[in-house]
Structures are given as C-alpha cells and as structure tokens.
Design a protein around this ligand. Structure first.
Ligand SMILES: *[C@@H]1O[C@H](CO)[C@@H](O)[C@H](O)[C@H]1NC(C)=O
Ligand SMILES: *[C@@H]1O[C@H](CO)[C@@H](O)[C@H](O)[C@H]1NC(C)=O
Ligand SMILES: *[C@@H]1O[C@H](CO)[C@@H](O)[C@H](O)[C@H]1NC(C)=O
Length: 375
C-alpha cells in the first residue's frame, strides 16, 4: 500500500500541472513580454535603435514575393537571389507557395512540375541559420497553403528545424495593427519570427497565424502600373488590420501573367508612375497609415530603392553596410550565381533565352494549369 499515495500524488501533480498548463501553455510562449522583467534589452532592432520601441504593427517591412522562386531567364521565377542574400540585403518578409508533393511540403510555383524550389524543411533551415546569426532582427513568413494542408503539418516541419522555439504567438489569434508588441520586446524574448498562413490556421498552433484575419491585401497579378489601394482580400476589419500591398507588375504572355522584369527598375523605384513609392503614398492617403508589408519581385532592381521607400516610411535612414546584390541577367553570367543551384528541376528552369521554345512551354503550361498560371 506504500505505492498508492505516491502514485496518487504523482497523478494529482500531473493533472494539476495539466490543468495549469493545458490552455495557457499554448499561448505562453506568445505572451507579449514586458521589458522590465528581462535582463537583456535590445538597443538595435531591425537595424535601427528607433524601431525598438515601435509596435510590429507600426513598422513597414519589405517582402519578397515568391521568395523561393529563384532563377534567371525563367518565367516561373520572381527573384534572382537566394533567400540568404534577400535577408542580408534587407528583406524582412518571405512569401512562399507551399504544395504537397509525394508526402512532403515543398515550395513550388503553381505546380512542382513547373517549378520546384525544394523542401519547406530545407528552406526553413536556412531561415533558422540566418535568424541565429542575426539575433536583433524580427522576420515574417507568409505561407500560401496551396493544398490546404493542416496547420499541424506545418508545425511538424517548423519543429523539425527548431523554428517553433523562436516563433511569436499572440495571446489571441487575431491582433489589430495597434495590438502588437514592440520589436524590442520581441527581440528580448527571442520570439521574433512571425508566420502567417493564408488558410487552415488553427488556434491550437498559436504561432501559425491566420493571414486574412490579421492582414488585408491589395490585388495581385496586377498588369496596370497604376497600382490601386483597394481592399482586395480580407476576413477582418481593414480599418484596424495591418495591410500588405502586392507591388509587383505582371505582363501578359500568351494571356498568362508573368513578371514584367523589363519594368522592374521603375516598379521598384521610389518615385514616378507605377513606382513603389507612389503606391505607398496613395495607400497612405487612402487608408490614413502606410502599408505594413511591401511585397515585391526582383527586389534588388532599383538598386535598393525598395528599402529606401520602407526606410522613409519608417522615418529612419537607409544606409546599407555593404552594397546590396545586383540584378542577375543572362549577360551578367547566371551560372556563377549561387542561386542557380537546386532549382533546375523544371524544363523551364534550364531555358536560357526568351525565345520561341519558352513561348511554346508557356502555352503548353497554360493549357495544363489554366489561366492563372504564375500567381
Ligand atoms: C507608425 O506610427 C507613426 C506615428 O503615429 C506613423 O507616423 C507611421 O506612419 C506609422 N507606421 C505604420 C506602418 O503604421
Ligand atoms: C481582387 O483583384 C482581382 C484582380 O487581381 C479582381 O479580379 C477581383 O475582382 C478583386 N476582388 C475584390 C473583392 O476586389
Ligand atoms: C535597371 O537598372 C540598372 C542599374 O541602373 C541597369 O543596369 C539595368 O540595365 C536596368 N534594367 C532594366 C531592365 O532596365
């Protein structure tokens, strides 16, 4: 009979521990930390002391649209530098399209047959390495959950690379722009990765946030350089939500929207028709505050102008320590680029001219995948 009280005590202790931790623990890592109780206090946040006391929801970040879709002279890509380069240059939101392929979540463009950017797990490993090396940075991920996979499946992948441990989860699944903690407190608490899923977010995994209850977006796949600021997608109240502008210009090739790279310098620039700067100004006027996320293609076109626009909005100087990457074109030699590796699985990936063959492939792909081929 000696064992009884012991087992009972253990059971009791266990169950009370469960009662205490079951619900709150889901959100405990999330709790917006107060600065007072913490020994460490970040003095530089995302490169600027001024940003430490600013709410995450009151900062403008530059994002890379289809950040994993990297390549040269390939109509299925939206960037020409890998994500480590993107992050080193100042990208602070990585947008990606996830697909289920052979039981794994991979980052593909429309279909893994068209463009395969590799495993989500490998991509997230790179993100983790960068975050570890850059402890004073807050970063956001925006995952387009193309095959409606359960949040639990993403949770498994995040845990496999240790990103769950640095992920911020708010106390409630939805926060207004004004409800976010400061960058400084996020950095101090070590919870400085913010991840949004465009669908299938689940409050039982509180660090994988629902995008559209937290963020509204402008239209995407725009082919008119007069980008507008109309609320295009939301599941919340746009007057209080954070918002994202899709500022990447497409053109129609055989009726398929593809990135208009010939105009990328102007699209990314700070001033003039079709520029990021003009789009931000229009949206700030229309919505009484600037956008939180500026999603762009080929971010380095414009020579850093996209970061200049964000810095201006944030009221900080843009002074990169080293010059940002330069555009990679076939004439500047794509084969020497570190970005060329691992992305050549698709037939389009190996095409090195925009000639007849490419046009044929687009037509074939268009027939196979329908009109909105390359979102
Ligand atoms: C942040 O707040 C300041 C002060 O109200 C404002 O000037 C700035 O535009 C805001 N930025 C964003 C992205 O909300
Ligand atoms: C969103 O934008 C697309 C064009 O990209 C348009 O076809 C659609 O009607 C818009 N939806 C709303 C609700 O504005
Ligand atoms: C973009 O700007 C860069 C630097 O000014 C220039 O070298 C390049 O040719 C431009 N690209 C296009 C497509 O206009």
């Amino acid at each position: 009979m000696h064992l009884w009280p012991t087992s009972a005590n253990i059971l009791l202790a266990l169950s009370s521990a469960l009662v205490i931790h079951a619900y709150p623990s889901a959100y405990s890592q999330a709790r917006a930390p107060t600065n007072s109780g913490l020994a460490r206090r970040a003095t530089t946040c995302n490169g600027h002391a001024e940003l430490c006391d600013r709410s995450y929801g009151n900062v403008t970040f530059v994002g890379a649209h289809d950040s994993y879709a990297v390549g040269v002279n390939n109509l299925a890509v939206n960037q020409d530098h890998d994500i480590t380069t993107q992050l080193n240059d100042g990208i602070r939101m990585l947008q990606m399209q996830a697909h289920l392929q052979d039981g794994n979540i991979r980052l593909c463009h429309t279909s893994c047959g068209l463009y395969d950017g590799g495993l989500l797990a490998d991509y997230l490993k790179t993100v983790k390495t960068w975050l570890d090396a850059n402890p004073n940075e807050v970063l956001s991920l925006l995952i387009v959950n193309s095959d409606n996979r359960a949040a639990a499946e993403y949770d498994t992948v995040f845990k496999s690379v240790g990103l769950d441990a640095v992920s911020f989860a708010p106390e409630t699944p939805t926060l207004p722009a004004s409800g976010w903690p400061t960058l400084g407190s996020m950095i101090d608490s070590g919870k400085r990765l913010v991840t949004f899923l465009d669908n299938a977010a689940d409050p039982s995994i509180p660090y994988l946030l629902d995008e559209f209850t937290n963020i509204w977006e402008t239209a995407f796949n725009v082919i008119d350089p007069n980008f507008d600021c109309v609320v295009n997608r939301t599941k919340g109240d746009p007057s209080t939500q954070m918002y994202l502008i899709n500022h990447f210009l497409d053109k129609l090739v055989f009726n398929q929207p593809v990135p208009d790279i010939d105009n990328a310098n102007q699209t990314n620039s700070a001033t003039g028709l079709g520029s990021l700067g003009t789009h931000v100004q229009t949206c700030t006027t229309d919505h009484f505050r600037p956008p939180n996320f500026l999603l762009v293609d080929f971010y380095e076109y414009g020579g850093g102008s996209v970061f200049q626009v964000a810095a201006d909005v944030n009221g900080v100087p843009y002074t990169p320590a080293t010059p940002i990457a330069r555009p990679i074109t076939s004439s500047t030699g794509s084969t020497s680029s570190s970005t060329a590796s691992g992305n050549s699985a698709s037939p389009i990936g190996s095409v090195h001219s925009r000639g007849h063959l490419l046009a044929c492939l687009i037509v074939i792909a268009g027939m196979a995948f329908g009109p909105y081929l390359l979102l």
